[in-house]
Design a protein around this ligand. Structure first.
Ligand code: UDP
Ligand code: MG
Length: 324
């Protein structure tokens, strides 16, 4: 059971050329939510530079239902991540639900997700257990991608790609995301200390319009994954990473330098340029020096990053101060 009248929720819908779906989606969301004991809700449509009648449709919905609809039109197509970010920043609710505009997610799952949130989770990740997409071009790459993301991030989820998820507002509002990072939000949230669970959700075939993605998305996801992994593991301590390799390279460089000296000093007094060891020494010393310098520059960079934004390297969930 949902705690009655305690939740004001925000539904965030990224929209790119989904004119036929919008009225039905609005209707389904309204129907699903009016059955729930909520304090209120808002539906934020973010038009991501659609070239069809999506915005006109959304405007009609706004006129019909101005009490709940919040309309945002981006100046051009910025991509799903950016559209979601725009919606997240505008959201007023205590729980935020991104959902696809194409009716593939089912608004009737929202109630169960709120119940899960009430158990104390910060993120409830939708899992399209019975996904209705083509196997070879969509589901198979997705299975592999989810395994890869789970292994690398250490946050094990079956379905990173499912848009329908529930986030506590604190989790998303302090986060910035780039590239196609919306799918890594659960991992990013978990690293900053959020508690996560999964919930199987309904998935339906696309009725109208076409998918905005093809197989090439897999490569972009992998590249973003590398960025995320790097940010996670090393962003707060670049010198530890680059410095370590720098020192190792320089130590090997000193070794090979000494070796070429030994060859020169002792018989048969080999010319240093006749053996590769001196060149190896030069290469290793220069390489090591560069890595050390990159480490130092990195340290300067993270100070700018954290201090200019007033960011802290920790994250507090709750604090109670002594009463004096
Ligand atoms: N979308 C968007 N901007 C884009 C591409 C997609 O806002 O540049 C929206 C799209 O309208 C839909 C959601 O993101 O609501 C997911 O897109 P799609 O259904 O094409 O992805 P799929 O379900 O095929 O993975
Ligand atoms: Mg879809």
């Amino acid at each position: 059971m949902i705690k009655e009248d305690t939740h004001f929720i925000s539904i965030v819908v990224p929209v790119y050329n989904e004119e036929e779906s919008l009225p039905l989606l609005h209707q389904q969301i309204t129907q699903a939510l009016s059955a729930l004991p909520l304090a209120g809700y808002e539906i934020i449509f973010v038009d991501d530079g659609s070239t069809d009648q999506s915005y006109a449709q959304a405007q009609r919905l706004y006129e019909e239902d101005a009490q709940h609809v919040h309309l945002i039109k981006l100046r051009r197509n910025f991509g799903q991540t950016a559209a979601m970010a725009a919606g997240f920043h505008a959201a007023q609710g205590d729980i935020i639900f991104p959902i696809d505009a194409d009716l593939q997610n089912d608004p009737n799952d929202i109630g169960r997700m709120i119940e899960k949130m009430d158990e104390g989770y910060d993120v409830v990740s939708g899992w399209r257990a019975d996904r209705k997409d083509k196997f070879l071009s969509r589901r198979l790459p997705s299975i592999l991608a989810n395994q890869l993301i789970s292994t690398i991030t250490g946050v094990h989820l079956h379905d990173y790609g499912c848009t329908l998820k529930a986030y506590h507002r604190d989790v998303v509002q302090q986060m910035r995301f780039y590239g196609e990072m919306h799918r890594f939000l659960p991992a990013l949230a978990s690293w900053s200390g959020a508690t996560i669970t999964e919930l199987p959700v309904n998935h339906r075939e696309r009725q109208f319009g076409t998918s905005k993605y093809g197989i090439s998305r897999t490569l972009r996801v992998v590249l973003d994954l590398l960025t995320v992994k790097f940010l996670l593991s090393y962003a707060t301590r670049p010198m530890q990473v680059f410095g370590k390799f720098g020192i190792i390279m320089m130590a090997l460089g000193v070794g090979s330098g000494l070796f070429s000296l030994v060859q020169k000093v002792f018989p048969p007094h080999q010319d240093v340029t006749a053996s590769p060891w001196m060149y190896i020494c030069i290469f290793l010393m220069l390489g090591g020096l560069q890595l050390l310098s990159i480490g130092l520059l990195g340290e300067i960079n993270i100070r700018t990053y954290f201090e200019s934004q007033g960011k802290t390297i920790y994250n507090i969930r709750e604090e109670k101060k002594p009463v004096r």
